[in-house]
Design a protein around this ligand. Structure first.
Ligand SMILES: *[C@@H]1O[C@H](CO)[C@@H](O)[C@H](O)[C@H]1NC(C)=O
Ligand SMILES: *[C@@H]1O[C@H](CO)[C@@H](O)[C@H](O)[C@H]1NC(C)=O
Ligand SMILES: *[C@@H]1O[C@H](CO)[C@@H](O)[C@H](O)[C@H]1NC(C)=O
Length: 404
């Protein structure tokens, strides 16, 4: 069995490189050229990092909350670790457009307007994200959608100094998302400002296959929630699309729930580790202003963040699952390999991996770094390693070839 997995894993990595570098027909080639032009602007070369209001606040947002969150992202040190986007989700605008058809900030909650908010966020060295919808209304049904208003809205976002757009899919007209998301993509590229475009059509039309022509990330699943059932099923759904991810084009398994209270520390650590390994956008979804020390320790683990932000940009995948004892792995720059042992079951056994399963030759001498213990593992075997993993917990390592 290990031989089979090893062969398969090698094949998948190889296939990834082949598809990434040698387009097979002209349709494919023009899509590649298009996505290269999105990449050429340097946006999202590594997975986006930041914060979004939805998972914790839902519609209950106002400019004070957003500004004090920006302050907290800086004062907690999260900004220094790369969390730079401060993203508004649904409910920032009035229920109707103004008399010339512009979206306007909700006067009761954002009295200073979005431009002033962007200026504030920028003054902190951060970036501002906003939310809109490829239909007639947003999902809350509390503000207008952008369908038919793409150019006008994109122009306003650019003028306000917005840096990121999450584009949802509610109340649409039943037409193909490809058309509706392409329209906003064109509008953004004509708006005169670099804006990261995050497609949120919930994975319905296999966006991994087409969305890199239009934006920098795309949701692969329905909404996350703060439960173990949600993160395990979303991880598996997102895993399927691994080979489509790369610099400038990321699968998005939705925003983080770490710190929202529905899971224990081990479960949140697993959630964060697997999202990092899958090269998911790392968008914090809790109230950073009151985040516990434990929450900040998880979100602030620089060694795990470095895996997510690795320059190679290859999404790690599940390489083995045996009664809920799972091994996930993927290549990193410098011929290093990241490995996560994830215990999703009640079964008692040691999780282990052999070098050949993760693309390393058995004779390779490897230094093993434990990213949660922040220490090197002392090795008694050269060609494999194993560890006990507590319930719903994970271990995360980087294998660093030193010789062989
Ligand atoms: C060409 O590539 C496109 C995009 O990847 C794909 O949809 C299409 O099926 C391919 N056509 C042929 C003839 O292979
Ligand atoms: C959370 O997600 C899981 C898995 O998709 C689903 O079964 C469950 O119904 C969801 N719970 C809520 C409260 O939406
Ligand atoms: C995995 O977690 C279960 C509890 O969910 C525990 O009983 C078991 O010992 C753990 N497995 C390993 C390998 O530690």
């Amino acid at each position: 069995m290990p031989f089979l997995f090893a062969a398969l894993f090698h094949l998948l990595w190889h296939a990834h490189q082949v598809t990434a570098s040698s387009p097979v027909n002209s349709t494919h080639r023009s899509q590649q050229a298009y996505s290269h032009s999105l990449l050429a602007n340097g946006v999202a070369r590594t997975p986006p990092m930041g914060w979004n209001s939805w998972n914790h606040f839902h519609c209950d947002i106002d400019e004070k909350t957003i500004k004090s969150t920006a302050d907290a992202i800086v004062s907690t040190g999260l900004a220094r670790l790369g969390y730079k986007y401060v993203n508004l989700d649904d409910c920032w605008a009035e229920g109707e457009r103004d008399n010339v058809g512009n979206l306007r900030a909700k006067a009761s909650t954002f009295p200073s307007g979005i431009k002033a908010l962007a200026d504030y966020v920028h003054s902190k060295g951060l970036k501002l994200g906003i939310y809109a919808d490829a239909g007639k209304r947003t999902c809350s049904n509390k503000m207008p959608g952008s369908l038919g208003h793409e150019y006008q809205d994109a122009k306003n976002f650019a003028e306000w100094g917005v840096d990121y757009l999450k584009y949802d899919n509610c109340y649409n007209d039943g037409s193909k998302p490809q058309t509706r998301y392409a329209a906003m993509s064109r509008a953004l590229r004509n708006a005169g400002r670099l804006i990261l475009f995050s497609l949120c059509e919930w994975g319905q039309e296999d966006p991994a296959k087409w969305a890199s022509s239009y934006g920098h990330s795309w949701r692969t699943t329905g909404d996350i929630n703060d439960t173990w059932a949600s993160i395990t099923s979303i991880a598996d759904s997102n895993n399927i699309w691994g080979r489509y991810a790369g610099p400038g084009r990321w699968n998005d398994p939705d925003m983080l729930e770490v710190g929202n209270g529905g899971m224990n520390i081990e479960e949140y650590r697993s959630h964060f580790s697997i999202w990092a390994l899958m090269k998911a956008p790392l968008l914090i979804g809790c109230d950073v202003r009151s985040a516990s020390k434990e929450t900040l320790t998880i979100l602030g683990n620089k060694e795990v963040i470095d895996v997510n932000q690795d320059s190679l940009g290859v999404q790690g995948r599940k390489i083995r699952s045996n009664g809920g004892l799972e091994v996930w792995a993927g290549p990193l720059s410098g011929k290093r390999v990241v490995v996560v042992f994830w215990n999703r079951s009640q079964a008692r056994a040691i999780i282990s991996v052999k070098w050949r399963e993760i693309g390393l030759s058995p004779s390779t001498l490897v230094a093993v770094r434990d990213l949660w213990k922040h220490s090197f593992v002392s090795m008694n075997k050269r060609y494999r390693m194993g560890a006990y993993v507590a319930g719903h917990a994970c271990k995360m390592y980087i294998m660093i070839p030193v010789r062989g």
